[in-house]
Design a protein around this ligand. Structure first.
Ligand SMILES: Nc1ncnc2c1ncn2[C@@H]1O[C@H](COP(=O)(O)OP(=O)(O)OP(=O)(O)O)[C@@H](O)[C@H]1O
Length: 363
């Protein structure tokens, strides 16, 4: 999977890629390599340029500058239909008047593949997406998740080198979406095709990806494996976009951490205790008294938002496997003490995170 030092060429290489729409720099001087067989996600807020990158790779847009190489072929000036990629969109794009099998066969028919071969490959693709037995159904007789699988089979049947997926699960309800995330990852592993997946849902990206690029204003803020992205965010923007972040900066950092800078500590790394149980601050431990402002019960976990006497507001998360331990403290206006290990602080350079309030972040 990794590109560096590998002898196989990257599935996709973007160099100095830009796309401007008038004044808007939708994609701004992007360099990116995606490895063969990788499940790669582009994550970012609305308008950050993810879809435009996907459309440039597909050939639906012409770059303002830069090159696009698929494998060892420069396709920058190659039209969309002649590129070895397929795209799956959120809105399925399957033909309502054809049954499932005809839908899946369609691309092969256009390419004039012989009937027996066509049938064999379509049935294989339907098996891959676990839709055997649905060949004769019409799209309106399928659930949303099944329709999305037909769209996926339609793309896979062409055996593209690269599959581009633009928020393909966006129209599904949360439960189905979670199931499809796991399934999509399994299918990708089975077929071994490079998947480039666009989403603004950080949990979805963390669940499925080998690597994730976090986009902000047409540029990549950080490119890393899910664990690294979450545990070691490179900027306040990434910390704020991936997971719930607690920022400690300015005078508060000076007081709680003992030095200047901007720091992040994740909510599940912070403990909330009664003042009488608080440890003394030490070289390894940060200790911060405060008042509980909000309590958000989320089923498996509870988030408490605590206004620290030092000035910052932090979110604390704990699992509800043992409700007795912290439940007594989870009351608004309760005085508490927050503690965390100093080595669980991530030190950040740069500017502050986007202005989400702690309550928005917990939901
Ligand atoms: N055809 C177009 N004409 C003008 N501006 C465009 C066009 N397509 C995209 N843009 C602009 O380019 C920027 C990036 O858009 P893009 O769709 O790539 O973002 P995105 O990260 O995919 O957002 P979303 O998650 O909402 O789809 C936005 O400011 C958008 O308004």
């Amino acid at each position: 999977m990794p590109t560096e030092g590998s002898s196989t060429p990257a599935a996709i290489s973007l160099s100095g890629l830009s796309k401007h729409f008038g004044e808007v720099r939708a994609v701004d001087d992007l360099d990116l390599q995606i490895a063969d067989g990788e499940f790669f996600s582009m994550l970012g807020p609305s308008g950050s340029g993810k879809t435009t990158v996907l459309r440039l790779i597909a050939g639906f847009e012409k770059p303002t500058a830069g090159t696009i190489v698929l494998g060892d072929r420069d396709v920058t000036d190659v039209p969309a239909y002649a590129r070895d990629v397929n795209t799956v969109f959120q809105d399925y794009a399957i033909f309502p008047h054809m049954n499932v099998l005809q839908n899946v066969e369609y691309g092969l028919r256009v390419k004039k593949v012989r009937k027996t071969e066509r049938r064999r490959r379509a049935e294989e693709a339907l098996a891959t997406v676990r839709l055997e037995g649905f060949a004769d159904r019409r799209p309106h007789q399928l659930s949303g998740g099944q329709r999305q699988r037909v769209a996926l089979a339609r793309a896979l049947v062409n055996r593209p080198r690269v599959l581009l997926l633009d928020e393909p699960l966006g129209a599904l309800d949360l439960k189905l979406r979670r199931e499809m995330q796991i399934e999509l990852k399994q299918i990708q592993r089975d077929v071994g095709i490079t998947f480039v997946f666009v989403t603004h849902d950080q949990e979805e990206a963390l669940t499925m990806s080998d690597r994730i690029a976090v986009f902000n204003e047409g540029r990549i803020e950080q490119l890393a494996a899910p664990v690294e992205l979450y545990e070691e965010p490179a900027s306040a923007f990434v910390a704020g976009f991936v997971g719930t972040s607690n920022l400690i900066q300015g005078a508060v950092a000076q007081q709680l951490v003992g030095r200047e800078g901007t720091f992040v500590v994740r909510p599940e790394k912070v403990s909330m205790v009664a003042a009488s149980d608080a440890p003394p601050p030490g070289p390894d431990t940060c200790v911060a008294p405060g008042v509980v402002r909000e309590v958000v019960y989320l089923g498996a976990s509870t988030h408490s938002v605590v206004a620290l006497d030092a000035g910052a507001t932090l979110t604390v998360s704990h699992q509800n496997s043992d409700r007795s331990i912290e439940a007594a403290l989870e009351r608004r206006e309760q005085r508490v003490v927050l503690t965390w290990r100093r080595d669980q602080l991530v030190s950040l350079g740069g500017a502050a995170a986007p202005g989400t309030s702690p309550m928005e972040e917990t939901r």
